[in-house]
Design a protein around this ligand. Structure first.
Ligand SMILES: [Zn+2]
Length: 286
């Protein structure tokens, strides 16, 4: 049975030197960001796996770009919530070392909304202190684009334009309404700006069937961590279950923060149920 004892958790936290945070969709729920894969992950006649897939892009680039354009525009209007800020404060050494002396922290997020990074940047400037922790966005970043050339073009950039190209302007409201009839011609979709390349850009987001970014590094971190906070992500699905499992294998502790109990939560050492935007602060005290 996992424990919900905050005092005991803080004792474990205080003696942890290598701390991992693994976050998922539940972290951004209070920011009004819908889940990509789970319930509500349905856009008209398509679901996420029909859209965020290489074969879908090969079949219909217009459809896939409309979907990601819709996401880009949706996320543009959203803001980090208190849960993002609590984790951002934990990344500031002056704050973290008061509750976990001499510890290191790495935050691995499955979210593509870039809100963890935004919260960290805002926190650093508000406190005038720099973080000593890295955020690994293992499923990519919604505003990043990468060239689809299989040859020698390695164009990769963060693109904050709204819309990303004139051809996609306004298609987001139709997609939101489940209307997929508009077709954007290939030449009007985002193209690689490098001279002489001429290939299409794609969002630098990890699609279904693709390997998460920096996975070897993530697994190595898991094999060494003595505490893993699993926040707002179902520990049932890979890689959350694998990472938590690896931490436990070598004697590390796993603390799950989630809105409701999932099947694998039984295997956690600590289980704190409730909205992350209030529960994290209550339990971590930062
Ligand atoms: Zn290119």
């Amino acid at each position: 049975m996992p424990s919900a004892d905050i005092t005991e958790f803080r004792r474990v936290l205080a003696s942890s030197k290598k701390i991992l945070v693994l976050s998922g969709a539940g972290l951004s729920a209070a920011s009004g960001i819908p889940t990509f894969r789970g319930e509500g992950g349905q856009w008209g006649k398509y679901n996420a796996s029909d859209l965020a897939h290489r074969s879908a892009f090969e079949e219909d680039q217009s459809r896939v770009w409309k979907f990601f354009h819709y996401w880009r525009e949706l996320i543009r209007g959203k803001h980090p919530n208190e849960a993002h800020y609590v984790l951002a404060r934990l990344a500031i050494p002056g704050i973290r070392h008061a509750i976990a002396p001499d510890s290191k922290l790495t935050h691995i997020t499955q979210n593509i909304d870039m809100l963890c990074t935004r919260a960290l940047t805002e926190t650093e400037s508000a406190l005038m202190q720099l973080s000593d922790s890295e955020i690994i966005e293992m499923h990519g970043r919604i505003l990043d684009v990468i060239c689809t050339s299989n040859h020698d073009c390695d164009y990769h950039a963060t693109n904050v334009d709204s819309p990303i190209c004139p051809g996609l302007a306004g298609t987001e409201t139709k997609v939101a309404a489940g209307d997929w009839t508009a077709v954007v011609k290939r030449k009007d979709l985002p193209m690689c700006p490098r001279l002489g390349c001429g290939q299409m850009l794609r969002p630098d987001v990890v699609w279904f069937g693709e390997r998460p970014k920096r996975i070897e590094e993530i697994l190595e971190l898991a094999s060494e961590a003595d505490l893993c906070l699993v926040v707002g992500t179902s520990a049932i699905v890979q890689p959350a279950s694998r990472i938590g499992g690896m931490v436990k294998e070598h004697g590390g502790k796993v603390a799950v923060f989630d809105i409701e109990k999932s099947n694998h939560a039984e295997e956690a050492d600590f289980l704190f149920l409730g909205p992350c935007e209030t529960k994290l602060k209550e339990v971590l005290g930062v």
